[in-house]
Design a protein around this ligand. Sequence first.
Ligand code: CTP
Ligand code: MN
Ligand code: MN
Length: 493
Amino acid sequence: NFFWPRFIIIIIFSGDRSASIEEVKFNEVTVYLVERKMGSSRRSFLTSLARSKGFRVEYALSDEVTHVVAEDNQAGALWAWLRGSGLRDVSRLQVLDISWFTDSMREGRPVTVETRHLTECSPPTAAASVSQYACLRRTTTENHNKIFTDVLEELAENSEFNESKGPCLAFRRAASVLKSLPSAVHCLGAIQGLPCLGEHTKAVMEEILIFGRSFKVEEVQSDERYQALKLFTSVFGVGPKTAEKWYRRGLRSLKEILAEPNIQLNRMQRAGFLYYRDISKAVSKAEAKALRSIIEETAHWIAPDSILALTGGFRSHRGKEYGHDVDFLLTMPEMGKEEGLLLRVIDRLRDQGILLYCEHQGSTVDMSKLPSRRFEAMDHFEKCFLILRLEEGQMERDGGLQKDPGESRGWRAVRVDLVATPVDRYAFALLGWTGSRQFERDLRRFARKERGMCLDNHALYDKTKKLFLPATSEEDIFAHLGLEYVEPWQRNA
Ligand code: CTP
Ligand code: MN
Ligand code: MN
């Protein structure tokens, strides 16, 4: 009894939601159409259309999707939704306006993404309230715009090598503004009205938004001179001038420099080469803490009432996890008692066998001189630039030494800056040495341009009243400038 089916079951593919039977012609593109505002019937229609032209269109949002197309959606809401969608990496998505889709349908292929294809953005209402001065912004270490700021800082460095001061400062200022924003920039509309973003910066940002990379910075990075100067200036004691000289001589690598008999390295550079591997490695918070204990103990052994403060990026609350060195400020509660203290600290570090290198500069403070107008000018306090030997055994349990894997020696070399000030200059020095550089630069610019005052690491001078304004704390200085106090951890401009 042979049974032939009596019913033929017909399966109807509803077309829209099933996998497409059409051949996929463009493998690098997977489209997702946002139903919101578009509506489901228009979405189905557009899906069929695209599939018939060889596009892969997915109905579900997944990590396969490369191009998200929306109609009449607010970029902000769209991004918020995408970020909450559980995708592995939202930042690699092209989020596009329907115009990209219609252009592509017309051409019968995915067209190159252009600015006009990016989703319409409502300019952030907060833009107008962002100040051109870093001291009127709050900038934590949480940077939502690293993809832009890394590139801009590299371009700034390149301008510096080319001695183009204007562009260098412009790129640094732009990066600093972007660092202060509370969220990531996803379209050019979002930066409308922000200060310090010039044409060059905008062009770079546009490249990054469209292509996910900057061709301009790639060009710079592949430049032989840039590469050489960056490498040479990474050596402690080598500035742009020396680096340029070496480059002009045809030298390209550190090996070549060491092998060149006609090159006279100074003492600092010799130490720079000797400890290159160690001091080009980042210093961790745990290592900074260990060094703080060592130096504090040393200073207290010499003068029990001496006061030591961590400054720079590691200042208790500036919050940086890593730094290129550790900076300290040393003072005595009684004026004048700080004289000679630094030299004795250095001697003691040498006696302990941990002083690998020391360059000491005596004080040249002259209070009859007005605060310096040039930010880059070194201050006149007594100071030393050190390389110290940090032993594994001096680390607390919560962190080991930053070393190469497989490195068997139980110590590393660390760069340390130590500055000594009379107590009446302490607040100014603390403010100046806490940084960041951009924050300090803008604090001085603000003082000069907006308040008619001169600020540097030693003093604050009121040019109208023709008098120095005293301060015993950083809060005093902000108050003199008529500024709201900015915490050290908000100064990562
Ligand atoms: N500074 C200064 N005068 C100098 C050197 C530094 O006033 N001759 C100040 C700078 O304003 C800087 C701060 O000291 O902000 C710390 O300098 P530095 O160690 O170079 O930078 P950090 O912010 O600590 O960053 P890093 O982690 O790279 O050390
Ligand atoms: Mn530092
Ligand atoms: Mn330093």
